[in-house]
Design a protein. Structure first.
Length: 293
């Protein structure tokens, strides 16, 4: 049986809309000739395992993952257009948060403060912040200490309790939290935002053929033209999809490369100089693209 997972922005409060959208999308997938379409979204603690499963019909992942860690397992299918502050077209941004009682007026005021990130393999929580901080770094460092929380919500908790002084968060998640859980962002404020980058893409297994990817794209378009799908998508701040040219995803790597040119290594889990070039395929193009940090 095929599987589908849409773990990005899957809060308990948004799950009814996620499930409603999937029911509509599943119907359109079947209409487009796809077989073994799952009736329900898969949800488990190991998103990585789901995304690496060759039976993956449709999933969503970080743009950082589709270039690096899971590039051989996934094909980008479509990039969502979100209607959250900080989003433009299929681009989104990260918001840099501090507490309301912070005396920081700009990023440079956070030198020697404590930063918390959700994980080193995250664009929104780490890579975007790294690009902002790198020009301000000295001898490869800017913060006094960097904590790893494991997730944006955990980072928010550490920021609010005073264990950390700054964090970066996906602007779509931040908008959903303001709508559904305003208490978890209470006491924080936005200091600045990152450069734009493609939003977390929808992906298919690398074993999917071009014909299947085309049918998935047709189903996505049909689901958002369906009144029931359109209403569910609006609850998720989702207003459409774009098929971005493959080089659009390279902007994520370019942000990392810019930080390395400044000699800023503080927010890297490993020595970046040894990170290999990555080749990944476009489901709609015959060429491959090589990216280097």
């Amino acid at each position: 049986m095929r599987i589908a997972c849409l773990p990005w922005y899957d809060l308990p409060e948004t799950r009814p809309a996620q499930d409603a959208l999937w029911r509509v999308l599943a119907r359109h997938l079947r209409r487009n000739g796809l077989r073994d379409v799952p009736r329900r979204l898969s949800r488990c603690s190991s998103v990585f395992r789901l995304l690496c499963d060759p039976n993956l019909l449709l999933g969503q992942c970080c743009g950082y993952d589709v270039i690096y860690g899971m590039s051989s397992n996934l094909w980008p299918v479509a990039t969502p257009r979100y209607a959250a502050p900080g989003c433009t077209g299929a681009d989104y941004r990260s918001l840099v948060l501090v507490r309301n009682d912070s005396d920081a007026a700009e990023l440079r005021d956070l030198r020697r403060k404590v930063c918390v990130v959700n994980g080193f393999a995250s664009h929104s929580g780490t890579n975007a912040l790294r690009a902002l901080v790198a020009p301000l770094s000295r001898d490869g460092r800017f913060f006094r200490h960097v904590l790893i929380s494991g997730g944006h919500l955990a980072s928010l908790a550490q920021l609010r309790m005073g264990a950390a002084d700054v964090m970066a968060i996906d602007c779509v998640l931040f908008a959903l939290l303001l709508r559904h859980r305003p208490h978890v962002v209470e006491g924080t404020r936005v200091l600045c935002s990152s450069p734009p980058a493609p939003a977390p893409p929808l992906v298919a297994s690398s074993q999917a053929g071009r014909s299947e990817v085309r049918r998935i794209r047709n189903a996505l378009a049909g689901a958002l033209e369906d009144p029931a799908g359109r209403d569910a998508a609006a609850e998720l701040l989702l207003h459409g999809f774009e098929e971005l040219p493959l080089p659009s995803y390279a902007r994520i790597v370019e942000l990392e490369a810019a930080a390395l040119r400044h000699g800023y290594f503080e927010l890297h889990a490993t020595t970046p100089a040894v990170r290999p070039a990555v080749r990944f395929r476009a489901a709609s193009q015959d060429d491959e693209m090589e990216v280097r940090p």
